[in-house]
Design a protein around this ligand. Structure first.
Ligand SMILES: [Zn+2]
Length: 121
């Protein structure tokens, strides 16, 4: 989930945090972490006001890729899903945004993170 400075959930209602699928099935416990600026993977600049708070939700395909540590496949799936769902979003921009956010998740969680079933309430 992405929370703004005002505490508002910027991604409500619940969707897959990796590809925006509207039917997440799994929840991955994740420490809170600041989201890096667009295009700043590996650098220390942080976008003010955006952070990842709480668990990350995943749909079935994304969960498969996460559990198998198939990070490139996860990113490619997410780019396909995003650009199909949001045609105005340029593929290269979507790919960069997804790469940055997925990188943050991978850095924040342990390799053996255990997922939990997710039910939207
Ligand atoms: Zn997904």
């Amino acid at each position: 989930m992405v929370i703004g400075l005002d505490g508002r959930d910027l991604e409500a209602p619940s969707v897959c945090d990796f590809c925006s699928d509207p039917d997440p099935l799994w929840s991955y416990p994740c420490p809170d972490f600041p989201l890096f600026s667009f295009g700043m993977v590996g650098k220390s600049t942080i976008t003010p006001g955006y952070s990842s708070v709480g668990p990350w939700l995943a749909c079935a395909p994304c969960s498969f890729f996460i559990d198998a540590h198939m990070w490139n496949e996860l990113r490619e799936h997410a780019v396909r899903t995003y650009t199909g769902r949001y045609p105005g979003l340029v593929g290269t921009i979507a790919a960069s945004m997804i790469k940055v956010s997925h990188y943050g998740f991978r850095e924040a969680v342990a390799d053996d993170v255990i997922k939990e079933p997710w039910e939207d309430t």
